[in-house]
Ligand binder design. Sequence first.
Ligand code: SF4
Length: 329
Amino acid sequence: MPEEAKQYADSVVVGHAYKTFPQALMDWKRGELKEYYEDTNPCFGGIPLPRRDLLNKSGYISINTTQAVFGCPCKCEFCVISATKSGYHHRPIPEIIEEIKAMKSKLIFFLDPSPIEDVAYIKELYRQLIPLKINWMGLSTSKIVDDEELLSLVHQSGCAGLLIGFESVSEKSLSRMNKTFNSLEKHYRLVKELHKRKIAIMGCFVFGSDADEKSLFKETVDFCLKTGIDLPRFTVYTPFPTTALFNKLKAEGRLLTTDWSKYNCQNVVFQPKNMTVKELEDGLEYAWKECYKIKNIIKRLLSARTRFLWMIIANLGYRFYSQDHAKYK
Ligand code: SF4
């Protein structure tokens, strides 16, 4: 929403900013700042290595983060990444390897939202990570479970944990969200295959799609406990501006607010279909609290048997959050 942002800024850099943000700074220095900058043909080769030494290390969980792949070609109804229409791009592999070596860390975080769509590229990246003998954490879609070689490379390259958007345990809801490459059968298979390789799972679930019924909250918690999702995360279905979901709810007159500060995935900002706002809020609260009861943390982690120490710490952090969930809205 660059025009809205422009009301509060002298200049707005839209989209990928590797080239345009430095350009904006140079223009500003010369007194020639433009109102908008947008790189319509982004290229991800030759990005300078970041000066991580300038960062205050204590201010971050880790400063050793990098990105290999940008964007996503999938079309999930709610997703801001697909809504930006900024294409699907990747960086040259030698540059990523050079960056990782320069970090001199044994634990790297990949921030790529959807890395496995170009399978040949990502397999080659994972192959080239193997000799570095690092551990890494990142994201993936459930499609990973359909490719045995990819699963094996993820494991061999040192993957310690993946964030997976399961989104829902309801087939109807997955279909409503246009996330049809997910299914309940695949959810079970995916958890089993990742845990077999000692890969911990941060499992993300959303509540509030038009296909969701009130029974879904308990069904989701039961799934997390039964499969041993290492670190479950729950959010409210949120219609971010410009997404297909936003356009639909706006057309139906169901948006309750356009105060964007409430659009943080923990507030209900639209009128749900099969439940009240309060029921959706209570269901979200229930899922957080139930999954992060001490007995359920132990139950999940004993079932997962991945990185016990790391996961205990992460779970206790999330338990703290879940106990006072309303405070963070
Ligand atoms: S939710 Fe994930 S798979 Fe779907 S469009 Fe967004 S990034 Fe892609």
